[in-house]
Design a protein around this ligand. Structure first.
Ligand code: MRU
Length: 329
């Protein structure tokens, strides 16, 4: 399964808003369409939006061939379509740096990023599965949050790629996928991917995680990241911090798996990161039905910050950094 690709002269994605009931492909041939797909989470997950941003620049150079100002504005709209995952701005900047060399060079840079993310997924899968085998009892029961599988990358995934690799090695017990309010990336997307992989899993509400850990039903927590700061603070889907606190209290490993493209050495700590607030509509209603009193206010941070001291290890495509042993990024 491939989440995103360049096909003909446009970006092609699996529309993640339609899953798990429909597997629908979408073609994005204008910058407006790419920006809308990123903002609506039709394409989502840090590595996938990095690739979408880079391919979006390839769309932009075609669309604004004779309009330098329009092109600059389009690149900026792509770059800022979502603020938190560092991959997006990075992917856009990398492709945009090739604009002076012409559209084929921009496309080559974007597709190179796509190829590198595929290789990174395979490396993370190996490193992550090796670490899980070291830190956990045989056939561990793992808890994961949000979606970090193929859908969040190009193919493979980050944390879920490590889980899948452990499963392929015959070393996985089972998985608890926390549902991931409000947009249910865990319940809709991770559950869909785990079923396709043939992994035994259960979906749990987000608030159940720390309790299930306290009851001895989880051996380790494994998540992805949208940005990892220089000090190891990890920005990931809202709800991650609560799982990290639960893991610490229960004495369980808390493992973060992300490509080097998500490590942001220029941002010192999580306090310096712009956390996307997606507005109240996603909170006060579900599937079009109001779930709160009509005038209820809501706050909707899409991500939280897990302090580095709660993280056992950060696994990337190139290294395993044992923060619990005092190693630094
Ligand atoms: O808002 P989303 O769905 O784009 O958020 C994605 C996450 O938080 C993922 O857990 C993270 O990007 C890791 S993706 C491999």
């Amino acid at each position: 399964m491939r989440t995103i690709d360049w096909v003909g002269d446009a970006v092609e994605i699996i529309d993640q808003t339609a899953l798990p009931t429909h597997t629908k492909m979408s073609r994005l041939s204008t910058v407006d369409e790419v920006v809308a797909a990123i903002q609506s989470l039709a394409v989502r997950g840090a590595p996938a939006i990095g690739v979408a941003g880079a391919l979006g620049v390839a769309v932009a150079v075609r669309q604004y061939a004779n309009d330098p100002d329009g092109l600059a504005a389009a690149v900026e709209r792509l770059r800022t379509a979502r603020p938190t995952a560092v991959n997006l701005a990075r992917g856009v900047d990398r492709a945009a740096a090739r604009i002076p060399a012409g559209p084929p060079a921009v496309l080559a840079e974007a597709t190179a990023l796509m190829t590198e993310e595929i290789a990174a997924s395979a490396a993370m899968a190996r490193h992550g599965a090796d670490l899980l085998s070291q830190l956990c009892p045989p056939r561990p029961r793992l808890l994961t949050h949000c979606n970090t599988g193929a859908l969040a990358t190009v193919v493979g995934g980050t944390a879920l790629a490590a889980v899948a690799e452990l499963h392929r090695r015959g070393g996985l017990g089972a998985v608890i996928a926390s549902e991931t309010r409000p947009l249910l990336q865990g319940a809709r997307l991770t559950a869909w991917e785990l079923a396709r992989l043939g992994v035994e899993f259960q979906v749990a509400v987000d608030g159940a995680g720390p309790f299930l850990m306290a009851r001895g039903m989880v051996d380790a927590v494994i998540v992805g990241a949208d940005r990892i700061c220089a000090n190891g603070d990890t920005i990931n889907k809202i709800g991650t911090y609560a799982h990290a606190l639960g893991a610490r209290r229960a004495g369980l490993p808390f493992i973060v798996v992300a490509p080097e493209t998500t490590v942001d050495g220029k941002t010192a700590t999580g306090a310096d990161v712009d956390i996307e607030d997606r507005g109240s509509a996603e909170i006060v209603a579900f599937a079009g039905t109001l779930t709160t009193p009509a005038d209820a206010a809501a706050i909707n941070p899409a991500f939280d910050v897990t302090p580095a001291d709660l993280v056992t290890a950060i696994v990337t495509d190139r290294r395993v950094v044992r923060l619990d042993r005092g190693e630094r990024l």
